[in-house]
Write a protein of this length. Sequence first.
Length: 216
Amino acid sequence: MKHLIAPSILAANFNNLEKDIEVINHSEADFVHCDVMDGVFVPNISFGIPVISQLKQVARKPLDVHLMIIDPDKFIADFADAGADYLTVHYEVCNHLNRTVNLIKEHGMKASVCLNPHTPVAVLEDIIGELDMVLLMSVNPGFGGQKFISNTYKKVSQLRNLIEQSNSDCLIEVDGGVKYETGKKLFDAGANVLVAGSFVFSSENPEATINNLKAL
Ligand code: DX5
Ligand code: ZN
């Protein structure tokens, strides 16, 4: 199974974002993970559409945009215009998830749904065949640098079974507290994509850290 890495720029240097994007460009990373927070769904505010569209001009990897916002439908067209390749919405804010997923695809993006640590994998049973990716949160969303919740390994295996039963080629991405040890166990449990923020950008050599994660 392919091992993909999505460095999260939440932990990058916002005074010189281009420099950190260049690190990602030169590395073996597969995506640039962009965390959009609204201060309502999560207790923090990050960055939004203008930043994403400027990033798009320098990033040579697909943008993996993780929306931690209420009412994502309202902004799907804007994120498509800004250059998002994968758009992730939270299950917990979508009353009409099927409609939201269709809307993302109609705008030419890959559709992904995120589950908070307390949301069981089984809620995706009737939509899994329509998803390009599922993002499992392994911390409570809102901040980088938090401790990995180990219940996530079990959820990765459950999701892997669900995907196999549905004959889909949906990717499993995990986000929060990913380091070498947790990352290795996640890949072994059946994850495809690891998001890593603080572990990459607070390391001495972020490019090497990305490449080492990919080689786990
Ligand atoms: C948390 C974000 C994550 C965050 C991960 O709400 O969704 O993408 O950047 O940060 P680390 O890797 O530091 O846990
Ligand atoms: Zn994220």
